[in-house]
Structures are given as C-alpha cells and as structure tokens.
Design a protein around this ligand. Structure first.
Ligand code: HEC
Length: 209
C-alpha cells in the first residue's frame, strides 16, 4: 500500500517537472510566428500568385531617382569630374578622414602610401594596394577616386554597398588632403606657412647641433 503511494508521488513529481520544462521551452513563441509575407513566396491573394509586386512600369521608388549624374557616378559625359559636387567644408573632410580610416586605411595605410596593416601582414594580395602619392594619381581628377570606390579597380572590389555616395565624396576629398600632406611645393605655401616652415627648420637644426 505505502509503496504504491510512493510510486504515485514519484510520477506526480516527474509530470510536474516535464510540464515546467515544456512551459519554459514554449515561452513567447508568438514572436516567432508573426503573420507576414516572405519574399519570393507564393500568394493566393494576387492574380499572378506571387508575393513580390513588380514595380509599376516607368516609375522610380521614392529617393531613387539618381538624376544628378556627376554626384552619383563621379562622371560627366563619361569623363571623371574634376570638381567635388559639393562645397568642401572642414566637416566634410573630417567625415572623409573617419570613413577613410575605417574602410581604406587597412590596405592603403593612414597616410595613403599603400602600406596598411593588411598590405604588411595580412592576406597575400595578388597586387599591392596603390600608393596615392604617385604623379599619375596626383594628376587624376577627383571623380576617379569616387569611381574607384563605387566600382572597384583591378583586384580591388567595390565599396558601393557599404559606403553611401555622400561619404564616397568625403573620402575622395580626404584623399586629396592626404596627397597634399605628402607633396606640397614650397611655392604653393602661403607666406604664413612658409614662415612657420622656416622656423621649424631652424629649430630642428638647432636641436641637431
Ligand atoms: C582589401 C584591401 C583594400 C581596401 C580595403 C581598399 N583598397 Fe583600394 N586598392 C587595393 C588594391 C590591391 C589596389 C590595386 C588594384 C590593382 O591595381 O589591380 C587598390 C587600388 C586603389 C586605387 C588606385 C586606382 C588607380 O587608378 O590606380 C585607389 C584610388 C583606391 N584603391 C582607393 C581606395 C579607397 C578610397 C578605399 C576605401 C574606400 C580603398 N581603396 C580600399 C586594395 C584595397
């Protein structure tokens, strides 16, 4: 008699345990089962049986009318533009610096000499990342840099899916800053900068002695 009560108690404990486990596992399934349509799925609601709607002919989705050719392609009449299609502000250059350091410096280096960490130690690249400090790239119109970011160049892949057009221009402008930082002719300096350079030279000469 007492042993059968004991068995009943054991069974009750096991059942209660199982119920608790099921309750825990079954928490909030409502979040997983939301009524929604999945892309590319079948659908009896529309006559063509598809969930995806075909865009109406000759229409453009809001915000996708990319009429400004120079801004969106970096080219005009198939030639890279030589002027930035927006005012150059300190804010733009700072944004360019930040984006350049994130997306480009790992290969091209923070100063644009092509000696980023990946070039030095990373994957074996089929070709070395370019240095921006060559006569050819110094002479390139700024639209070329926008184009390289947008469409890639040689073995370098495109950044179009990761960097918005505004930021591509900011980076292109910042590349000009990098080029200038490594290659400025003395006769391009303002008198003020020239004076500071001469002062700097004198003070370092003094240190060497
Ligand atoms: C994963 C490495 C890598 C990253 C990141 C990278 N590049 Fe490059 N880039 C290369 C390589 C490699 C080349 C040389 C391609 C070739 O010659 O085939 C190159 C070439 C270039 C050139 C030279 C094009 C010419 O006319 O010779 C420019 C300009 C350039 N990259 C800009 C950028 C900018 C701007 C970014 C950031 C948005 C960037 N790259 C990010 C690897 C990279």
């Amino acid at each position: 008699m007492s042993s059968s009560i004991c068995r009943l108690r054991k069974m009750a404990a096991v059942t209660a345990g199982a119920a608790l486990l099921m309750a825990l596992a079954g928490c909030h399934t409502d979040m997983w089962h939301q009524p929604k349509l999945k892309a590319q799925s079948e659908n009896s609601f529309f006559a063509d049986g598809k969930t995806d709607r075909t865009p109406v002919m000759n229409t453009v989705a809001v915000g996708n009318l990319r009429q400004d050719e120079a801004f969106y392609t970096g080219k005009q009449n198939n030639q890279p533009v030589s002027k930035l299609p927006m005012p150059v502000t300190l804010e733009l250059l700072k944004r360019g610096q930040q984006q350049y350091n994130v997306f480009c410096s790992p290969c091209h280096g923070k100063s644009g000499d092509g000696q980023g960490m990946i070039a030095q130690r990373g994957l074996a690249l089929r070709r070395q990342p370019a240095s921006y400090h060559t006569d050819r790239l110094r002479a390139m119109p700024v639209g070329h840099f926008y184009d390289v970011i947008t469409n890639g160049f040689g073995v370098m892949y495109s950044y179009a899916s990761r960097i918005a057009p505004e930021d591509r221009w900011a980076i292109a402008a910042y590349i000009r800053v990098l080029q200038q930082s490594q290659y400025t002719r003395v006769n391009e300096l303002t008198p003020e900068d020239l004076r500071r350079l001469q002062e700097e030279e004198q003070s370092t000469q003094g240190m060497e002695k």
